[in-house]
Design a protein around this ligand. Structure first.
Ligand code: CP
Length: 316
């Protein structure tokens, strides 16, 4: 894979809220920077010297919290962790989101936030001049999708024309994969049950960008059609955080979308299996696939750290 040294920050939007902020060339540059940071971490060991970054989490996390904390500290920055995972501590309860953002703006250099509602992130971004990074919301998970495409580029090289199938819920991860696939020239086939398709505005924006980049974003309901000939097969939990009340219904509706050895056999012989984790063995994926030789889920997890360091290097 090509690596470039990007010591000077790329000129980008101040925030990362969706994955649609950056132009196709800027998105590619960010992946190249991620590769350089992974190959030469010492070069970036002082990037965040003297910078304090607030991590706000309304939902549980393993990967996102650890990779941000380790990534920030490995670039000489400091983390201020704000635990909002208890209902009693939810954002906007003790004081408004705008006031939280305006106060943080006076003390720290950036905010990384995992929230229930995308609107919370947008309100923070409007009220704080410092960068706001989405660490997962109900609508988007851009850090995850960037790590996913970095993982694919690392393994397969240039992503233009790469055939990726996404099978399951048209959720936050799917939305950010769509935005980034469009910007990176990927051919993304998405198979969801009819009532669980991605949001219309995300489809519209992704297709608009795809026309410029020659990417392809296809929507369908048949998982077999999506996976046939794919070089990567991606799925996610059928019940994302915040939708637990729907779990029994979802487990029935999504059953035909389970990624198992039979479905994987329709992909190319060197296809990889992808999942953002945590995974539920026996539901969206069988243990044979998740723990099998085609699975790159731990590479995706590892690469969260490098793309997030690249995001921080770029925005701070
Ligand atoms: N994939 C992901 O965001 O993992 P966590 O929920 O553990 O952070």
């Amino acid at each position: 894979m090509t690596t470039t040294t990007l010591v000077a920050p790329i000129s980008l939007s101040n925030d990362l809220l969706t994955g649609a902020e950056w132009s196709p060339p800027h998105t590619r540059e960010l992946l190249h920077l991620s590769a350089d940071i992974k190959a030469r971490p010492v070069r970036y060991a002082s990037t965040l010297h003297g910078k304090f970054i607030a991590l706000i989490f309304e939902k549980p996390s393993l990967r996102t919290r650890v990779t941000f904390e380790v990534g920030i500290q490995s670039m000489a920055g400091a983390v201020v962790f704000l635990d909002h995972t208890q209902a009693s501590a939810s954002l906007g309860a003790r004081e408004s989101i705008a006031d939280v953002a305006r106060n943080l703006d006076r003390w720290v250099h950036g905010i990384v936030a995992r929230v229930y509602s995308q609107r919370v992130l947008e309100e923070m971004a409007v009220n704080a001049g410092i960068p706001v990074i989405n660490a997962l919301s109900d609508k988007f998970h851009p850090c995850q999708a960037l790590a996913d495409f970095f993982t694919l580029e690392e393994r397969f090289g240039a992503l233009r024309g790469f055939k990726l199938a996404y099978v399951g819920d048209g959720n936050n991860v799917c939305h950010s994969l769509m935005y980034l696939a469009a910007r990176l020239g990927v051919h993304l086939r998405i198979a969801t049950p009819p009532d669980y398709a991605p949001a219309p505005e995300v489809i519209a924006d992704s297709k608009r960008v795809a026309r410029e980049t020659k990417a392809k974003i296809e929507l369908m309901h048949d998982p077999r059609e999506a996976v046939t000939g794919a070089m990567g097969v991606y799925t996610d939990s059928w019940t994302s955080m915040g939708f637990e009340a729907e779990e029994a219904v979802r487990n029935q509706v999504f059953q035909p979308y389970q990624v198992n050895t039979e479905l994987m056999s329709l992909a190319t012989s060197d296809a990889v299996f992808m999942h953002c984790l945590p995974a539920h063995r026996g539901l969206e994926v069988t243990p044979e696939v998740l723990d099998g030789p085609q699975s790159v889920v731990l590479d995706q997890s590892e690469n969260r750290m490098y793309v997030q360091k690249a995001i921080l290097h770029t925005l701070f």
